[in-house]
Design a protein around this ligand. Structure first.
Ligand SMILES: Cc1cc2nc3c(=O)[nH]c(=O)nc-3n(C[C@H](O)[C@H](O)[C@H](O)COP(=O)(O)OP(=O)(O)OC[C@H]3O[C@@H](n4cnc5c(N)ncnc54)[C@H](O)[C@@H]3O)c2cc1C
Ligand code: SF4
Length: 484
């Protein structure tokens, strides 16, 4: 009796049809550890569980059931034979989970555009570059190409997508969904079993089924894609989502395939629903960044232990509460707690930036990101945090640390309005801590960064800086860190 075992994030009918095998039995398996590996945010638990149950319901014309594993030994004994078929997961812990299933047929995940094994030959010379992979994939899959040339004359319109914050910016609202019986029961289940996990769950803010995911995709393409690019790096108080797609959960759970999302965005350009800048920018995130990040994960054993900058500070408690006088952090973390989501630039330039500047142990921040986000899976969290966010891998995937003082945050957001601190002041009681922390970071790591051409301007500025000023930055930074 041929059995297909699906992980609870392989929620797409492609997994059922791809192999051309007639399965008598399809089991989406589920285990306590999938909800407790980290002390996950309640919204993540509820969404993942609800998506699994909806998948079983939506595809009940197949012989499909939900398999809750009570006894792991029994599970391994029952399924470790050559009648069982599976697809490889990405996360290391999931690979360990299936290790005892040595007699099972395993296949590559069909929902990614680059095969697992191909990364060995794609990522060779360091630092690895997303751009190179992205161009190759644009050509291979003929996306936004015109007679072998990129549409619009260049592969990337990144430079056009970095406009600063301006007063009066507003965006089309996000789509919302009614709760059905499955989701109501799941919310109750979550609140009963995982009471002491972070956050609250009373609603489902992200799609729980393929039907909802397709609806969310169409809604985004029609109403929000056109404004995706321009202010992609902006952050705004009281608008946690801006023009971001909120499709990461649907992609990571398998409810949508990356290619269908990319094709719909490309079609929107041809149908004149959106210009090339936002369309290319959006496609680059999925075809470029998402695939690349997965490749970097596969190519980096011991990623969790990297600590190239030798940072050892404990993560500040306020990452769990939002209780801090630094306005940018307090707004961002309150949104993390409420929504189990932040958009990319908050994750990078507020949460990771600050943690890096004060010298948080990379593992601590990585655990926090794995815990708090509705779209978190280790394969996507770890390269983004350790590599992009913290430079803990010594620059294998980022050409420089993504750090900044207050001027960047002031330019790109409205967080500084009403903050206790002044972004323009460098030292003194009212000075924004990001400023002294930034120069203290440069001073501490100058030897490490000296051969990095992208840091040379800041290193030169630091080199020419008055010695007394350097000392006062150091003292001010130390005082701030001691006060956390
Ligand atoms: C420190 C840090 C932690 C992150 N943690 C996660 C995570 O747990 N899960 C996750 O899916 N993404 C993560 N990202 C990447 C990115 O921030 C999220 O994918 C994005 O914010 C999700 O929101 P969205 O769907 O509205 O994205 P949009 O801004 O609408 O982008 C569209 C899609 O592009 C893809 N994408 C964009 N950037 C990246 C990237 N750097 N890596 C992988 N995919 C990308 C996502 O699938 C996303 O849905 C992280 C980034 C950083 C810097
Ligand atoms: S002044 Fe500094 S701490 Fe306050 S919001 Fe601006 S950058 Fe953040």
């Amino acid at each position: 009796m041929k059995t297909l075992l699906l992980f609870p994030f392989q929620l797409n009918s492609i997994y059922i049809t791809k192999l051309g095998v007639e399965f008598e039995n399809i089991k989406v398996f589920d285990h306590q550890s999938f909800y407790t590996r980290y002390k996950y945010h309640k919204k993540r638990i509820a969404l993942h569980r609800s998506a699994l149950l909806h998948f079983v319901e939506e595809y009940k014309h197949y012989p499909i059931t939900h398999l809750w594993i009570e006894d792991l030994e029994d599970f391994y004994q029952t399924y470790n034979n050559d009648d069982t078929y599976m697809y490889y997961p990405n996360d290391r812990d999931d690979m360990l989970f299936i290790k005892p299933l040595s007699n099972v047929h395993f296949y590559d995940d069909p929902l990614f555009l680059v095969n697992r094994d191909a990364w060995q030959s794609l990522l060779t010379k360091k630092p690895w570059k997303m751009d190179t992979i992205y161009r190759q994939l644009r050509m291979k899959y003929d996306i936004l190409m015109d007679s072998g040339k990129p549409v619009g004359g260049k592969y990337s319109f990144d430079g056009d997508n970095r406009k600063p914050y301006k007063k009066g910016l507003s965006f089309h609202p996000t789509i919302s969904f009614e709760l059905d019986t499955i989701s109501k029961d799941v919310i109750h289940w979550t609140n009963t079993l995982f009471k002491d996990h972070p956050g609250e769950v009373t609603t489902m803010d992200y799609p729980v089924s393929r039907t909802q995911a397709l609806e969310a995709l169409d809604y985004f393409i029609h109403y929000r894609l056109a404004t995706f690019g321009d202010h992609q790096d902006v952050m705004m108080k009281h608008d946690p989502f801006m023009s971001h797609s909120l499709l990461s959960t649907s992609l990571n759970l398998g409810l949508l395939t990356p290619m269908e999302v990319i094709k719909k965005a490309e079609k929107a350009y041809h149908d004149k629903l959106a210009n090339i800048e936002p369309v290319e920018g959006f496609i680059r995130q999925i075809l470029g960044w998402r695939e690349y990040i997965r490749g970097v994960y596969f190519m980096t054993p011991n990623y969790h232990d990297k600590n190239a900058l030798d940072h050892h500070l404990k993560l500040p408690d306020f990452y769990w509460t939002g209780n801090t006088e630094l306005n940018c952090l307090s707004h961002t973390i309150q949104e993390t707690i409420s929504n189990s989501y932040n958009h990319h630039i908050q994750r990078l330039m507020i949460l990771s930036n600050y943690a890096n500047l004060i010298g948080v142990e990379p593992k601590e921040l990585n655990n926090w990101f794995n815990t708090m986000y509705v779209d978190a899976f280790d394969w996507v969290v770890t390269p983004n945090v350790m590599g992009m966010g913290l430079y803990a891998d010594g620059g294998q995937m980022s050409t420089k640390p993504y750090i900044s003082g207050a001027s960047y945050i002031k330019k790109m957001s409205n967080y500084c309005d009403g903050c206790k601190y002044d972004p323009n002041l460098k030292t003194g009681e009212k000075a924004c801590p990001f400023n002294s922390l930034y120069w203290d970071f440069i001073d501490t790591h100058k030897d490490n960064l000296t051969n990095n051409p992208r840091m040379s301007m800041m290193l030169n500025l630091h080199h020419k800086m008055d010695k007394a000023l350097k000392t006062s930055y150091k003292e001010q930074a130390k005082k701030h860190i001691e006060s956390i």
